[in-house]
Design a protein around this ligand. Structure first.
Ligand code: FES
Length: 168
């Protein structure tokens, strides 16, 4: 009788220790991942993605450029497709603008609003940007469109990670 009691106690101890161990591991793993992830991501953020746009083909008219790359998030790898609006400004400098609206993140497009030709237009709340990505006062966006850093990769446009504009 007393032998059976000890066995039950032992069983409970083992079970609770096992369950506690699993729960502790489940709580610690995400913390470790969050601590290590920024270190792992640092190199990837500096990478440039080569697009299908030839540098020689870039004109003064903003053109939509889609580009895809593999994104690793911990153990999960997925293919991400991004977009840029690319053109040469009046000085011949290449400008690659992010299409992500600075109001609430909808996608802007070039010259799609008949009432405001030659502007980037956000259809969600009628946001407007001038050709260089500057937000038009009186419309919802409160900052200019982000800009992709770029490189020439054997004659093709390579884009980095879009960044907020330094000056407003
Ligand atoms: S999300 Fe673009 S104007 Fe609101």
């Amino acid at each position: 009788m007393s032998k059976q009691r000890v066995t039950r106690r032992q069983f409970l101890n083992y079970t609770l220790t096992g369950v506690g161990g699993f729960m502790a591991a489940g709580m610690l793993m995400p913390m470790v991942r969050f601590a290590v992830d920024p270190v792992l991501k640092h190199d990837a953020a500096g990478d440039f993605v080569v697009t299908g746009m030839k540098i020689a083909d870039i004109t003064n008219e903003p053109t939509r450029v889609d580009f895809s790359f593999e994104q690793k998030d911990g153990w999960y790898t997925s293919e991400v497709t991004n977009q840029a609006w690319v053109f040469k400004d009046e000085n011949g400098e290449i400008l690659a603008l992010s299409p992500v609206c600075k109001h609430l993140g909808c996608t802007v497009a070039w010259n799609t609003d008949d009432a405001n030709p030659d502007h980037f237009f956000c259809p969600c709340h009628n946001g407007l940007y001038t050709k260089d990505g500057t937000n038009v006062p009186g419309t919802p966006p409160s900052a200019p469109l982000d800009v992709y850093p770029y490189k020439d990769s054997d004659g093709f446009l390579a884009l980095g990670k879009a960044e907020p504009r330094k000056e407003a």
